[in-house]
Ligand binder design. Structure first.
Ligand SMILES: [Zn+2]
Length: 438
């Protein structure tokens, strides 16, 4: 059988069993898998149970299944059908979800998986249990059609994506990767071959503590006052100046750096997300006292979320930001003597960028398969970051493709049921074309 006939066969099979990926998405939504780093609540952190279901379904259709605990009671599922390395393909999905938030803001039970007018409602259905269900349905169709693939086919169902990608990082560290990866995050059916890089970086600026009662002495020259020799230097004000300067750098990056053809101009943002100012510095690097405005604070800790272009490397961007900090500090006599410190990989968070070429065969496979289903497909960039980042440094070629819906991380999150079926068909076609038949 040639691949075209095999694709036709699995697509027809999935059309006959179109309820399979939809019902599986519903089953997964009904098992709340809220990431415990965001919320620990009775009956809400059931990743192990959901992963047991994923593992059982994949084992049922002939995949070898292994489980690895990333942290206690938080297992990754690694499932594969043996085949060649050169044509190996991973479909990756995360099983963890963000909390539902205030249930009063939902018009349905966040974990009820209600289907209404072609929309499946529930936390994590769209982001991204639909993607995992579609991968399982694709594996099922290939198995039930009796097809054998030449390349290794893998499904990675991971925990702890929402808090920084630690599940996928763990699988990749165990050598679980392939030559190509489809991350099943929702993309509205589009193909997304690139994403920016993301760094969390902490800048710590030191001032000098003093009593606020003598602040006039910090600001105005006093005649004949010996106190004048040690004025307070307010770290909050230094932080404010620094944040303003970083805003100018951000604007400069947005206009000067060449825009990536698939990403919005100005994607290279530097968001000051957390600012902590106080007096004294503890062993954790944070201010000790944050409750007393009568003291001129001497420590400011500013955490930034910094994005860079798919065409840049993390090393280049880190060096550029550090040069900026040094040149900012060089303008001030105190800061020249007490230069700010820069710490990368805050919270161990670091997502390398990727920029998969548009002629990578899977881009065409997905577009062609969707066209055969009567769907149009845009090729565009992913503006957030996903687990594809961690496969790229292993030599794998990642891209992102998944279902259609809305309200990820918000109330009334929904995924279009028709698009779950489409996604399963596309994943099955991608596996057959990329891995080949044996
Ligand atoms: Zn997601």
């Amino acid at each position: 059988m040639d691949t075209a006939a095999a694709v036709e066969q699995v697509v027809a099979h999935l059309e006959r069993h179109r309820d399979l990926p939809i019902e599986l998405t519903r089953e997964l939504v009904r098992i709340p898998t809220v990431n415990p780093k965001f919320e620990v609540a009775e009956g809400r952190n059931r990743e192990t149970e959901a992963q047991r279901l994923v593992a059982a379904r994949l084992a049922d259709v002939g995949l070898e299944v292994e489980r690895y605990e990333v942290t206690p009671d938080r297992p990754n599922v690694y499932a594969y059908r043996a085949g060649s390395e050169e044509r190996s393909l991973v479909i990756n999905g995360h099983i963890d979800v963000v909390p539902a938030g205030d249930p009063d803001t939902w018009s349905v039970d966040p974990f009820g998986a209600e289907v209404r007018d072609g929309r499946l409602y529930g936390r994590g259905g769209y982001d991204m249990k639909a993607g995992i269900a579609a991968a399982i349905a694709a594996a099922t169709a290939i198995h039930e059609c009796g097809l054998e693939l030449a390349g290794r086919f893998e499904v990675h169902s991971v925990v702890d994506e929402e808090a920084g990608g630690f599940g996928t990082k763990d699988l990749v560290a165990r050598g679980r990767t392939a030559s190509a990866v489809i991350v099943g995050e929702p993309t509205e059916g589009h193909v997304m071959p690139c994403q920016p890089g993301l760094e969390w970086v902490r800048v710590t600026i030191r001032g000098r503590s003093a009593h606020a009662g003598w602040r006039y002495n910090d600001i105005y020259p006093q005649r004949d006052t010996p106190d004048r020799t040690r004025p307070g230097i307010n770290a909050a004000e230094l932080a404010s100046r620094f944040i303003t300067a970083v805003g100018q750098l951000e604007r400069d990056w947005g206009t000067r750096k060449p825009a990536h053809p698939l990403l919005p101009p100005g994607i290279t943002t530097i968001n000051p997300g957390v600012v902590q100012v106080g007096s004294g510095i503890g062993p954790d690097g944070l201010p000790v006292t944050m409750t007393n405005p009568a003291t001129t604070p001497d420590v400011a800790v500013i955490d930034f979320d910094l994005k860079y272009l798919p065409t840049e490397t993390s090393a280049e961007v880190r060096a550029e930001f550090e040069r900026f900090v040094a040149s900012w500090a060089a303008q001030d006599s105190w800061l020249r003597e007490h230069p700010p410190t820069v710490r990368w990989e805050l919270g161990d968070l670091h997502f390398p960028a990727f920029d998969t070429p548009l002629d990578f065969p899977l881009v065409d496979t997905i577009r062609r398969q969707r066209a055969a289903l009567g769907r149009t497909t845009e090729v565009t960039g992913f503006v957030a970051v996903c687990d594809g980042a961690f496969y790229r440094p292993t030599g794998a070629t990642p891209l992102i493709h998944g279902a259609r819906g809305a309200e990820a991380h918000g109330p009334d999150e929904w995924v279009d049921t028709e698009s779950i079926v489409d996604t399963a068909k596309v994943y099955a076609a991608a596996a057959i074309e990329y891995c080949g038949l044996s």
